[in-house]
Design a protein around this ligand. Structure first.
Ligand code: NAP
Ligand code: G4F
Length: 348
């Protein structure tokens, strides 16, 4: 049985990847930074909490990382742990760099010293392309990151490549475009939008407050992307791959799509530099707010996944419309379940 470590086990991708690797017969260890709130809701939701062996490994702690890797000598390590919220990276650039850049180097150093045969996956990102130099973006497109997060991931990407070349290690970088799911954290825009729109539908919220509605992203479905990670790790040569859908949509389109799911159609107006959207009764349902804007933005991303398709046979099936449908359906179901439980408690 192959022994694999997933860092960032409590995150969206960690949960889906753990499920996939368990199904593929791996012994799955999940690295978690210790916290006072030991909630593993994503693993519980996927019904795999009892099957994943949790160990504490904080990427900020050199000796912790080294000891875990020396003791277990995993066959494979997927490094998904990160301060992954771009907006927060402007407020916490040093923490972000320490975790996302030096954290990766800590793992690579430990592998180099104690476990040279361990295969390593690094979670690179389309944020590397930032202010894009080429459309669509592919493996050979030059990088131009636009946030402390993007810059921290640039170091991580190149140090992973460098250790592959310098020490002949099996290291791969997956340059993944945005991928979403019902397990996405609420701070990211897709989940925030589907959550607010579902609450509006249920009468729990009046309007959605949002940032830059003009930014465009290539949004895919997380379970398909973790399958791509798995294919990269099991490919015979360590190489880097882009995973994307090849479609780009604006935040505005995302909002309209989510509202259309609840049969609400919006009319947009611009007032004093802010956008508002009204429903057919004239109620304000969306309003833009500068607090959600970033000091420097990635305006447009769209990926070319042809290398992954040709070499790995990977292809996304869930595109934008289907993705929003999946997320809206699940969000409404969850919120209605919550409401039923609250009513039962109140009546009981
Ligand atoms: P996520 O949900 O934010 O999960 C990241 C995980 O990293 C969290 O569980 C977090 O722990 C953990 N973490 C943070 N700091 C840590 C530290 N110092 N030591 C150990 N663990 C730490 O992210 P995701 O969406 O699953 O993404 C997985 C990876 O892919 C990330 O590296 C992200 O940057 C990258 N990526 C994501 C996307 C995307 O669209 N989802 C696209 C490209 C690349 P807590 O739960 O305790 O906070
Ligand atoms: O959902 P987001 O926060 O994702 P972002 O910044 O693209 O980053 C995600 O994808 C990257 C891959 O490209 C990952 F590397 C990274 O870890 C993360 O998973 O924002 C998407 C867009 C941005 O342009 C943002 O300015 O939505 C815009 N936006 C507008 N209003 C908002 C909001 N984003 C958030 N989070 N919240 C808003 O209210």
């Amino acid at each position: 049985m192959k022994k694999v470590l997933i860092t960032g086990i409590r995150g969206q991708d960690g949960a889906y990847l753990a499920k996939l690797l368990l199904e593929e017969g791996y012994e799955v260890y999940g690295a978690d930074r210790r916290s006072s709130d030991a909630s593993y809701w994503r693993l519980e939701k996927l019904k795999i909490k009892d099957k994943v062996k949790i160990i504490y490994m904080d990427l900020l702690e050199d000796s912790n990382v080294a000891e875990v890797i020396r003791e277990h000598r995993f066959d494979q390590i997927y490094n998904l742990a990160a301060q992954s919220f771009v907006h927060a990276s402007f407020k916490q650039p040093i923490l972000t760099s320490n975790v996302n850049s030096l954290g990766v180097l800590r793992i690579l150093e430990a592998i180099r010293m104690f476990s040279k045969d361990t295969k390593f996956y690094q979670a690179s990102t389309s944020e590397l392309f930032g202010k894009v130099i080429e459309i669509p973006q592919k493996e050979t497109t030059p990088f131009y990151p636009r946030s402390p997060y993007g810059v921290s991931k640039l170091f991580a990407h190149w140090i992973t490549v460098n250790y592959r070349e310098a020490y002949d290690m099996f290291n791969v970088c997956g340059i993944l475009f945005n991928h979403e799911s019902p397990l996405r954290s609420i701070e990211f825009v897709t989940k925030k939008v589907v959550n607010s729109v579902s609450k509006i539908k249920l009468g729990l919220l009046e309007k959605l407050e949002i940032g830059n509605i003009e930014a465009k992203r290539d949004w895919g479905y997380a379970p398909e992307y973790v399958y791509g990670m798995y294919l990269m790790m099991n490919h015979n040569v360590p190489e880097d791959f882009v995973l994307a859908t090849g479609e780009s949509h604006s935040v505005k389109e995302l909002i309209e799509k989510a509202f259309s799911f609840i049969d609400m159609y919006l009319r947009w107006e611009e007032k004093d530099g802010r956008f508002i959207a009204l429903d057919k009764n004239g109620n304000i349902r969306v309003v833009t707010d500068k607090q959600y804007y970033r000091p420097s933005e990635v305006d447009f991303l769209v990926g070319d996944y042809s290398k992954a398709k040709n070499v790995l046979g990977w292809e996304p099936k869930v595109k934008f419309d289907k993705l929003i449908e999946i997320m809206m359906t699940e969000e409404l179901k969850e919120l209605e379940k919550l409401r039923r439980n609250e009513n039962t408690i109140l009546q009981g």
